[in-house]
Write a new protein. Structure first.
Length: 162
């Protein structure tokens, strides 16, 4: 059985891999497609990608003991998600087992104080992004877009050599 450090590092690898697949695929779409209204948690493909960016950034800031800007920045570009995902990936890979088992105190976006373990915060963050990538798939299908990237964890795991 792998350590929790190894599992979370693989989940960080998966998160970056999946986010990259969506950003690269959606980069081929027009602004009209990215901003077309679609019924979902967020009203367009772009706003869904930006929500993933903002949420990953919020959790990264909390993990690092920094204030959380919301949104992460004012840019509306899709590659902004990858900038944040790379930082979250690096943070996760820099954690030791002791770091992952350590607590963090932080505030919600509403200012409510919270406390959680680092591994739980990371697991939530990665799972949250997975949920919204699933919504991206449904939104892309409803817009009639082709070449929807496979993003299941098993698809990522099949790219690994061990």
């Amino acid at each position: 059985m792998p350590s929790s450090t190894a599992l979370l590092r693989e989940y960080a690898d998966y998160d970056l891999w999946a986010n990259t697949r969506f950003v690269e695929r959606l980069a081929r779409e027009t602004d009209a497609s990215l901003d077309a209204p679609v019924a979902s948690s967020f009203p367009s493909l772009r706003k869904t990608v930006l929500h993933i960016r903002d949420a990953e950034n919020a959790w990264l800031c909390r993990l690092m003991g920094q204030p959380v800007p919301w949104p992460a920045d004012d840019r509306m570009d899709l590659p902004g998600l990858l900038r944040v995902s790379r930082e979250l990936h690096a943070f996760t890979h820099g954690c030791t087992e002791a770091d992952l088992d350590g607590p963090r105190e932080f505030k919600t976006l509403k200012g409510d104080p919270q406390r959680s373990l680092v591994w739980r915060m990371l697991l939530h963050c990665f799972n949250h992004s997975t949920q919204h990538r699933g919504q991206l798939i449904t939104m892309m299908r409803s817009l009639g877009l082709a070449e929807i990237p496979a993003n299941d964890l098993v698809a990522f795991q099949r790219t690994l050599t061990t």
